[in-house]
Design a protein. Structure first.
Length: 295
């Protein structure tokens, strides 16, 4: 069994006998899993290798983009254009349908962003991203001094493309996801080891930020990638694997992974296969509740 059951509801959401399978291995450090439903393939980053890869059942692992600016998180926008957060270049970019790159964010307040890490897109087209300092480390990015004196979460306006700072009281903001109705935004903090929840206003700004959950486990790893399934259950990478929370913040269980789990997404035709990027490998496991469609 690959699942640690902490609440009986976990059997309905994940299952009690789900088996983890290694899909591919031999990478340096995998991140940024994103399923492309139009092409039935998985896009994922190998940050230290400065490459974005893709995997499909037909072709296996191939190259998607190289060099990649040591890209981390990815997300599709409303026009199915891939948004990427680049560690080494401290920017958020969009790949157009013709393959050209549009730069969406590089600075705020006259200072270079730290290293955009994870990114999501709201239903109105607004882009939200976290900006910790991990991409200013050797290996995971490019070693250099930090210009900002904080680590924040930002929003890119869908019309003006103006970048606005939403919150800056983090140790290291990382994964982020909306509730299904987009009235709340979850953001986790790797340094503090917890998930916070914010209220989202009509203008896209956020308020609040109370601690919603604390992923606790005996394995390696910390708060990282985070997404929500089609029933409102929150999945978050954490110590020992992927933590699964009910909408009421009860931890239902942990999908145990033998390597440090950094990110994940749901894929395959029914969106019931959870693909997990974990250090040197790509894993997958079948779950009972499908993910929320992104692409």
């Amino acid at each position: 069994m690959s699942v640690e059951i902490r609440d009986n509801r976990c059997q309905n959401v994940v299952g009690s006998d789900s088996q983890l399978e290694q899909v591919a291995t031999g990478f340096i450090f995998t991140e940024g899993a994103m399923w492309d439903a139009q092409k039935s393939e998985l896009i994922f980053s190998d940050m230290p290798g400065d490459i974005v890869r893709k995997w499909s059942a037909v072709d296996g692992v191939t190259t998607f983009r190289q060099p990649s600016g040591k890209a981390n998180g990815h997300y599709f926008d409303l026009e199915h254009r891939l948004i990427s957060a680049e560690h080494a270049n401290s920017r958020v970019i969009r790949e157009e349908h013709d393959g050209s790159i549009t730069v969406l964010a590089t600075h705020y307040g006259g200072k270079e962003l730290n290293s955009p890490n994870d990114v999501i897109v709201k239903s109105d087209g607004a882009i939200y991203f976290s900006d910790p300092t991990y991409g200013r480390m050797e290996g995971f990015g490019l070693l250099r001094d930090q210009e900002m004196d904080y680590q924040g979460v930002y929003r890119i306006d869908p019309n003006s493309e103006e970048v606005s700072l939403l919150a800056s009281d983090f140790g290291q903001p990382n994964g982020l996801t909306f509730t299904l109705d987009e009235m709340r935004l979850f953001v986790n903090d790797t340094d503090h080891g917890h998930i916070r929840v914010f209220d989202v206003a009509e203008d896209g700004s956020i308020s609040g930020g109370a601690v919603w959950a604390v992923p606790e486990g005996s394995g390696d790893g910390g708060c990282d990638g985070m997404k929500i399934d089609s029933k409102g259950n929150v999945y978050c990478a954490g110590p020992g694997g992927i933590f699964v929370y009910a909408p009421d913040a009860t931890c239902l269980g942990v999908i145990q992974v033998p390597e440090v789990a950094a990110n994940f997404t749901w894929g395959d035709d029914d969106l019931k296969t959870l693909y997990i990027t974990a250090s040197t490998s790509l894993y997958r496991v079948r779950v009972n509740v499908e993910g929320r469609s992104i692409s």
